[in-house]
Ligand binder design. Structure first.
Ligand code: BG6
Ligand code: MG
Length: 214
């Protein structure tokens, strides 16, 4: 018996991956290497510091913990410059409509994001009012595929994990939901998100009927 929907933010409600890529790439270039958009795919759903570690590894560069904190902060200032210019036009197709319809059908909603910038983004795009609970990188310590972010979401909503459906675009996110004993809707391609219960190209393809068939 499903009671709640938990949504990832980046790649499900908005496409911030391009901003993350620009800022990380600027950082890598400054250090003296580059990486591709394809490599960037591997960073989806991964926390800021874990992402930096992966990128430095691609560049064959090693840094102290302190230097890594500084680099992550620098990247974030560039990233924040870009996301504070976001507008509601950047909401992905169908996201607002689907969130509204799940609420009209009496499901609870939560955000389950690795980002520490989720409130900034939700304010910029004007969708804060559609969530009963917000769980993001400020509240959890374990990066996806650890299920912590979704389990805290269920707890804040007062529902059991098995009563939740998670909407995720990242492989690590789908894995996190599965480990948390939740149903999953993959947002993207079925050949990539192989562990998801169903996969849709975007929330514009999602309906209450599909939700109830899970
Ligand atoms: C996730 C993104 O939502 O948030 C990752 O998919 C990102 O790419 C992570 O690294 C952390 O985001 P932030 O905003 O805290 O740097
Ligand atoms: Mg995502």
């Amino acid at each position: 018996n499903l009671k709640a929907c938990i949504f990832d933010l980046d790649g499900v409600i908005v496409d911030t991956a391009v901003y993350h890529y620009k800022a990380w790439r600027r950082l890598a270039n400054q250090i003296g290497f580059d990486f591709t958009e394809e490599q960037n795919e591997e960073l989806k759903g991964i926390s800021r510091i874990e992402s930096l570690k992966i990128i430095l590894n691609w560049g064959g560069v090693s840094k102290s913990e302190e230097e890594m904190q500084e680099l992550a902060t620098l990247k974030n200032t560039w990233y924040v410059d870009m996301i504070t210019k976001m507008t509601p036009n950047e909401i992905l197709p169908g996201a607002k409509e689907f969130l509204e319809s799940v609420r009209e059908n009496n499901y609870l909603t939560a955000l389950g994001s690795a980002s520490k910038n989720s409130e900034t983004i939700l304010n910029q795009i004007g969708l804060m009012y559609l969530f009963d609970a917000l769980v993001d990188g400020n509240k959890v310590t374990k990066s996806k595929p650890n299920p912590e972010v979704f389990l805290v979401g269920a707890q804040e909503l007062g529902v059991k994990p098995e009563e939740c459906v998670v909407f995720e675009d990242a492989i690590a996110g789908v894995e996190a939901a599965k480990r948390g004993n939740m149903k999953t809707v993959g947002i993207g391609k079925a050949d990539v998100l192989t562990e998801a219960d169903i996969v849709v190209a975007g929330l514009f393809e999602m309906t209450i009927e599909k939700l109830e068939s899970l």
